[in-house]
Design a protein around this ligand. Structure first.
Ligand code: P1T
Length: 374
């Protein structure tokens, strides 16, 4: 079945009791059992039908055998990191979401994991960073917030015995399917495009390997960072329109990127769909389109960036991304505060846009007004 059809139907059949077309919100913590120890449904941290439908749908969209849903993207990342043991080494992109850098360096470093941050768009740098104890390579592509693109298949080819985990939050499975490119694990913040309506915090992990799945499912239950059934329902509903939303996000972002490229208040535009992007050729090969995220440097420096970000009327000044509405932020002061004073620190003149699915002329008019304040 094609992606658009899977987005609407995968993991979902009419409710066996009533025929309800939409998967019910099974808002229960426990289930009455006919006899002891035989029930499929025993306790809702372990299993919930609304969550199962979501997990199966996300797995189908990523082309994976197994999906697991979590209460946030960070909870999903946390559970994947628990596959590692003290002393293990992880190679990660030198540009990642600030919270991901924080859990690596401020949580798991204390439990004996070791981290190297490398230029993931350079396969030679990745090869050099891999050590005998490297058990995981962690890729964001495109990265947050610099939108660097890694050649996932090339990294899969040189990672050796390490597992390749790809945070596919920015691309979504509509634009790129890391498992088909050789990744072992796909991680999502479903808070973003997968839900798409800025009304849920959630996460997901998708794998093909049965053994890895069994361990992750054990951890999902043992650690317990599961999403509630209402949140699962909302993400499941959001997924139905993922393909049409992504088409509009990508078209709008490309138009906004071209507009910014010509604007004198903008020093540099970073968008994988522009020929000027250093990994444009990889993105063109690896991704269906180029996504809804744009970063740019304000020509007037950090103060100008602050003025621009606070002058938009339609783009809300807010963290997060991937919703139908457009957002603007300054990563150094907002989403990436946790990398300040680290080698991953972000230029304070950098502005990040999450381009929504509004009419693109209205978005460009809003940015025209804001950039005039620079
Ligand atoms: O916020 P949460 O659902 O826990 O997801 C964390 C996360 C993981 N991976 C990527 C690539 C992300 O961008 C995020 C969250 N990012 C933001 C909140 C942000 O504004 O960048």
């Amino acid at each position: 079945m094609n992606f658009e059809t899977l987005a609407i139907h995968a993991g979902q059949t009419p409710d066996p009791t009533t025929g309800a077309v939409m998967t019910p919100i099974y808002q229960t913590s426990t289930y009455a059992q006919d006899s002891m120890g035989e029930a499929v449904y025993d306790y809702a941290r372990t299993i919930n039908p609304t969550r199962s439908a979501l997990q199966d749908c996300i797995a189908a969209l990523e082309g994976g055998a197994h999906g697991l849903a979590f209460s946030s993207g960070m909870a999903a990342a946390d559970t994947v990191l628990r596959l590692l043991k003290p002393g293990d080494h992880l190679v990660a992109s030198n540009d990642v979401y600030g919270g991901t850098f924080r859990i690596f360096t401020k949580v798991y470093a204390d439990y004996g994991l070791r981290f190297s941050f490398v230029e993931m768009s350079d396969p030679d740098a990745v090869r050099k960073a891999i050590q005998p104890d490297t058990r995981m390579v962690w890729v964001e592509s495109p990265t947050n917030p610099l939108l660097k693109v890694a050649d996932i298949a090339a990294i899969a080819g040189l990672k050796g015995a390490a597992r390749l985990a790809v945070d596919n939050t920015f691309a979504t499975p509509y634009l790129q399917q890391p498992l088909a490119l050789g990744a072992d694990i796909v991680v999502h913040s479903t808070t973003k495009y997968l839900n798409g309506h800025s009304d849920v915090v959630g996460g997901a992990v998708i794998v093909n390997d049965d053994e890895t799945f069994t361990r992750l499912k054990f951890l999902q239950n043992a650690v317990g960072a599961v999403p509630g059934p209402l949140d699962c329902f909302l993400v499941l509903r959001g997924l139905k329109t993922l393909p049409v939303r992504m088409e509009r996000h990508c078209a709008n972002a490309l138009a906004v990127a071209h507009f910014l490229e010509r604007h004198p208040a903008v020093a540099r535009v970073i968008y994988p769909g522009l020929a000027s992007h250093p990994q444009h050729h990889i993105a063109a090969r690896q991704m269906r389109q180029f996504g809804g995220m744009i970063s740019f440097i304000a020509a007037g420096g950090p103060e100008a960036a602050r003025r621009i970000a606070q002058a938009t009327r339609l783009f809300a000044l807010a963290e997060s991304l991937g919703g139908v509405e457009s957002l603007i932020e300054v990563p150094a002061a907002m989403t990436h505060m946790s990398v300040a004073d680290s080698p991953l620190a972000v230029d304070p003149a950098l502005i990040r846009l999450s381009v929504g699915i509004e009419n693109v002329d209205d978005l460009i008019a809003d940015l025209t007004h804001a950039l005039a304040q620079a």
